[in-house]
Design a protein around this ligand. Sequence first.
Ligand code: UN1
Length: 513
Amino acid sequence: MAQHDSVSAEAGAILGELGIDLSLLRADGDGTISARSPLTGEITARLATETRDTVNAKIERAHRAFLEWRLLPAPRRGELVRLLGEELRAHKDALGRLVTLEAGKIGSEGLGEVQEMIDICDFAVGLSRQLYGLTIATERPSHRMMESWHPLGVVGIISAFNFPVAVWCWNAALALVCGDPVLWKPSEKTPLTAIAVQALVERAIARFGADAPEGLAQLLIGGREIGEALVDHPKVALLSATGSTAMGRAVAPRLATRFARQILELGGNNAAIVAPSADLDLALRGVAFAAMGTAGQRCTTLRRLFVHESVHDAFVARLKAAYASVKVGDPREGDTLVGPLIDRAAFEGMQAALAEARAAGGVVSGGERVEVAGEAAFYVRPALVDIPQSAGQPDVVRRETFAPILYVMRYRELSDAIAQQNDVGAGLSSSIFTLNMREAELFVSAQGSDCGIANINIGPSGAEIGGAFGGEKETGGGRESGSDSWRAYMRRATNTVNYGTSLPLAQGVVFEV
Ligand code: UN1
């Protein structure tokens, strides 16, 4: 806390590059949160939190903004998102470094996250001229039936530490072109990246001019009770929440009580199948990135691997060598591939899962702590766990542990591997490595993977923004980002227009008065 009351010197320097006035950041208030950098465990920020009252006031402001913003033509709203994309391009490097400092991602992934924001901005700008409805054939003469898509209302966004800025942008870029103001509660673990992004969006709004109402994009720093205020407020029309399945179970019934719309992006327990015909070089790289990248802290991280018995030993031997050789270390060093876990709780959760896997008959390699930056930083060597066939899929394999653990199982029949892959609660992402077209097509068919994302010859993680992102079952069912995900941020009205002189009733009903 050298340079400023509320922000560490290192964080303050990056925020300074981003043009953020540190004197505006408050550490004193009714409540505070402290965030630590996973790189060293040092405190990077101590910040005042919102209260229920300030959150409610911000929701009311956002609602007033909605009443104006919805009247602006969508392509004009797109112009604001275009300006946001420009701000992000101009500040990509500094924001990427801040993501590294706060979330522990390696350099290219920190930058990649900002690139994902830029990509969705570009997508949303184009979308602002494509919010199409259908024209539908009617059964009545001289009638026309059509669908109109209208702005929905205030959108609440709850995001997680592991994608501290991109997930906000998937939601915000679409919401803003769809005519909806946004209120963002970032993870308590990553408030500074949120403050930086908020400054950039405010700069874009200032450049956009007076057409942008006050309260169009607001930030809410705080803990669980701040998220709950968003969940319960009747003027939050849509809540988009990313986090654990446990969080989704708490949030979904409360939203249902008030019939609010929801987009839930919850846990994943993603699998890959390596088939006999797989290109093993390619599969090795795909598996390594998906399982060890981001230190196993993506919701799309590969957690379960089914390898055909004919290639199992050769492939797993190569995988073990890759696991033993990746550099675990400070993510700011160019050759590091695996940065730190977010905190002590993540490390303890990983160790508990490995102990449970051992007790279930698993043979663990890796998983030990690596000394990089002292006691308060939690670096680990990614773990591979051989699960004997007799163990099936033990409980620990069936649930998501947010750490770099890959459970490896062997299979004989593809139908068994697919059945086992699907036999878990989560349904986010999946992939198969095969050069056999029958296997590949089966995997993506109705009898194949039951996940929201099913890939062939690439791993389950690292999706680009053009497709709809999300998953089934305990993953929550929501879709964000590309394709027609925008529809969740608008309301649909079916309009029937009679331009004739009589009033024929549908279904032949007669009602003469
Ligand atoms: C997440 O981990 O919450 O597909 C999102 C991916 C990224 C997004 C992950 N584009 O891995």
